[in-house]
Design a protein around this ligand. Structure first.
Ligand code: HDE
Length: 726
């Protein structure tokens, strides 16, 4: 008999493996459902342990002989054809990277030596959960994968927009992805983590706590690809020409700052423009407002790593910037859109194992599984072993070896010598001299062959708490709302209860109290989480770098402003302001009740490129209402313009007005103020730039407001941190 898929846990608590920490309960589950059988490999071999890969020592590298790990990952890799099994929805761009100074003392990597050299790159941004055709503003992790076409071969930095990952060992990747993807019986919900299987996994696997907090924070709903950070996540190694090595963590720091939308906007954007991020990337590049990021590195040696209050091989941990500052060592500029989506963005194949001399991996057990997975999954997705010949994957460095044949072979090998060593082919290709070729760090390995998690990995909550306590009050409040939304969608009370009491309460009891009662868990109490070790003092109460509010950025290039106009508008004022915005890289679009020319009050015309029935305020970062008595009268007659301003205001966005435009803004804000309870307090005019008569500083003031992005102080409920902060 083929092995059966284990029965989904029954609704009755008795068979729920999560009702007790006692491992005996799993056995009871088996006894009550013997037909489900024990966990086995595809060959029917019983498996007693599926949470850790087989390693040389509890902190050592994974072993190739781990047939269970390889089978589990191989089966997972080939689950979807031809869509990527994760990160299916992507958007790509070409660009270049330039290092600021030679990093010779740290690494021999060729592309990190010469500040004058431009290394071509291709970047693919992605969401993780949804299908290729899903919407961009899902609450999700974003992939940030960069292929550097260096003179010594391709280096891929395959990262995400959050610095930690859900799990510590790659053998659990199929589990976490199965849990977050649409449920297997109904294929629902699409591109969303707000469902029972995801939160069931979170409650049962507390190592996910830290990443879960990042996902629930505003980082899960970025404003654009240009306003999010990137992280290599794992600890890598830099190796210099002398063979000396040090640990390194990679960061991408966006010059446009770190900014998000609010959840209400995200939901509306998904309906109004499901391609919002993809379109933003495309249009910014077409407009010459190139997304730019600085490469940051945190470099530390073994002695430092040993002294950290966490394990640097654990991908659920960050190295706080207070502990090791980030040095910004180069710049990535995205300046060219793909010519063909399929040929480039779809067919690009990233691989954590695409390394160049001077950069090496570590024994992080998550990374070790990735080193196997990418090439394996791409064999199926890209139809055979020759996908490195597809133009987007081809290195600029010459390729010479004896690999041959297979599906879709492009290279026509010549001659008879297809083996090494050979004499009849002149011995070619010859081996790279030792000081030029890729040499792995000769690390000493020892330890028993074991499936174990190192005790140094067991502190699941300290950094989740650090993250929460590093957020501003308004960011904490957003996180609480996100948790209420997500858990509010979970149907099983036991799942909600476990997340509140075993996960949130261990991160921060006030956080659990802010969430629990709203999601049907009135009795909030801290309960021990499965397999969790004692908390380890992280040595700092908060880390400024973790709050988006402390990262506003250096440029507003790429932001979008709606200019609300009707016939009779003060066209001269619009032209003046839009010129000032354009000089800063901000794109202004005339929005009206119709497309085409809008007549100016004193002659001339503006071109309306958007109309109220096709766009909403959620698609813009800010609004400008110019004067012109006839224009304002017409806009106030229809509800759309007033609603547009009102909604932008409710989303805390900058608003500017000149001349009679101020009347419309006041009316809209008045309506917004009436809609809020008076006790909400706050300053409704924060971030509202009204220039009724004197417009001399309008552009400058408006640009400063756009740089702030949002004005939370408009509404005191957005400062409700006192109820969640310890
Ligand atoms: Fe991936 N991941 N991943 N991943 N990943 C893939 O490769 C995998 C992980 C990341 O735009 C797949 O070609 C395993 C961490 C990005 O094309 C697959 C594990 C991080 C992309 C795969 C991880 C990532 C992928 C699916 C746990 C952040 C999209 C399609 C051990 C550092 C790249 C493909 C693109 C894609 C496996 C964990 C980032 C199945 C087994 C951690 C950005 O091979």
């Amino acid at each position: 008999m083929p092995a059966q898929r284990p029965r989904p846990s029954a609704a009755d608590g008795a068979s729920d493996p999560g009702t007790s920490n006692d491992k005996v309960s799993a056995l009871e589950t088996f006894r009550s459902h013997p037909e489900d059988g024990v966990l086995t490999t595809d060959q029917g071999v019983p498996i007693p342990h599926t949470d850790d890969s087989l390693k040389a020592g509890e902190r050592g590298p994974s072993l190739l002989e781990d047939f269970h790990l390889r089978e589990k990952i191989t089966r997972f890799d080939h689950e979807r054809i031809p869509e990527r099994v994760v990160h299916a929805r992507g958007s790509g761009a070409h660009g270049f990277f330039q290092v600021y100074r030679p990093l010779t003392e740290l690494t021999r990597a060729a592309f990190l030596q010469d500040p004058a050299a431009r290394t071509p790159v291709f970047v693919r941004f992605s969401t993780v959960q949804g299908s290729r055709g899903s919407f961009d503003l899902a609450r999700d992790v974003r992939g940030f994968a960069t292929k550097f076409y260096t003179t010594e071969g391709n280096f891929d930095l395959v990262g995400n927009n959050m610095p930690v990952f859900f799990i510590q060992d790659g053998i659990k990747f199929p589990d976490v992805v199965h849990a977050v993807k649409p449920e297997p019986d109904s294929e629902m919900p699409q591109a969303a983590s707000a469902h029972d299987t995801f939160w069931d996994f979170i409650g049962l696997v507390p190592e996910t706590a830290h990443h879960m907090m990042w996902l629930m924070s505003d980082r899960g709903i970025p404003r654009s690809f240009a306003t999010m950070e990137g992280f290599g996540i794992h600890t890598f190694r830099f190796v210099n020409a002398e063979g000396q090595w040090r640990f390194v963590k990679f960061h991408w720091k966006p010059l446009a700052g770190i900014h998000s939308v609010v959840w209400d906007e995200a939901q509306k954007i998904n309906g109004m423009d499901p391609d919002y991020h993809r379109r933003g990337l495309w249009e910014s590049i077409e407009a010459g407002s190139y997304p730019e990021y600085e490469l940051g590195i945190q470099v530390f040696d073994e002695a430092q790593a040993d002294a950290f209050p966490f394990d640097i091989l654990d991908a659920t941990k960050i190295v706080p910037e207070e502990l090791v500052p980030v040095e910004r060592v180069g710049r990535l500029t995205l300046n060219r859109n793909p010519d063909n989506f399929f040929a480039e963005t779809e067919q690009v194949a990233f691989h954590v194992g695409n390394l160049v001399p001077g950069i090496d991996v570590t024994n992080d057990p998550l990374m070790q599984a990735r080193l196997f997975s990418y090439l394996d999954t791409q064999l199926t997705r890209l139809g055979g072993p020759n996908f490195h010949e597809i133009p987007i994957n081809r290195p600029i460095a010459p390729v010479h070896n004896h690999q041959q044949d297979g599906f879709h072979r492009d290279t026509i090998n010549t001659g008879k010598a297809n083996y090494f060593p050979n004499s009849i082919g002149g011995g070619c290709p010859v081996l790279a001299p030792g000081d030029q070729g890729y040499v792995h760090v000769p690390e000493m390995l020892q330890g028993p062959k074991t499936r174990e998690r190192a005790p140094s990995f067991k502190d699941f909550f300290s950094q989740a708490s650090l993250f929460f306590h590093s957020l501003s009050l308004v960011e904490q409040q957003h996180l609480v709302s996100a948790l209420r939304f997500e858990l509010g969608k979970v149907q099983r009370a036991t799942v909600r209860e476990r997340v509140v009491n075993e996960i949130l309460a261990n991160i921060d009891i006030e956080l659990a109290r802010a969430v629990g009662p709203a999601v049907g868990v009135p009795n909030v109490e801290r309960r021990p989480a499965r397999d969790a070790g004692p908390p380890v003092d992280q040595g700092l109460a908060a880390s400024a770098a973790l709050s988006q509010l402390s990262n506003p950025g250096q440029t507003v290039a790429g932001r979008q402003v709606a200019v609300l106009c009707a016939d009779g508008v003060d066209a001269a004022a619009v032209e003046q302001l839009t010129a000032e915005l354009a000089a800063a890289g901000v794109n202004a679009e005339v929005v009206s009740t119709f497309l085409g020319p809008v007549q100016g009050a004193g002659g001339g015309a503006l071109e309306a490129t958007k109309m109220f029935s096709t766009v909403g305020s959620v698609l813009f970062d800010a609004v400008y209402v110019p004067g012109g008595a006839t224009s304002i009268a017409a806009l106030r007659d229809g509800a759309a313009a007033v609603q547009f301003v009102k909604e932008a205001h409710a989303h805390y966005k900058p608003i500017a007005a000149s001349g009679e435009g101020a009347e419309l803004v006041r009316a809209a804000i008045g309506m917004a103020a009436q809609a809020e309870p008076a006790s909400a307090g706050g300053d409704p005019l924060a971030g509202v730039v009204l220039a009724e008569t004197d417009t001399a500083t309008l552009g400058q003031d408006f640009l400063a407001a756009i740089a702030r992005h949002r004005f939370w102080e408009r509404d005191q409920t957005q400062q409700m941190g006192s109820s969640v902060r310890p």
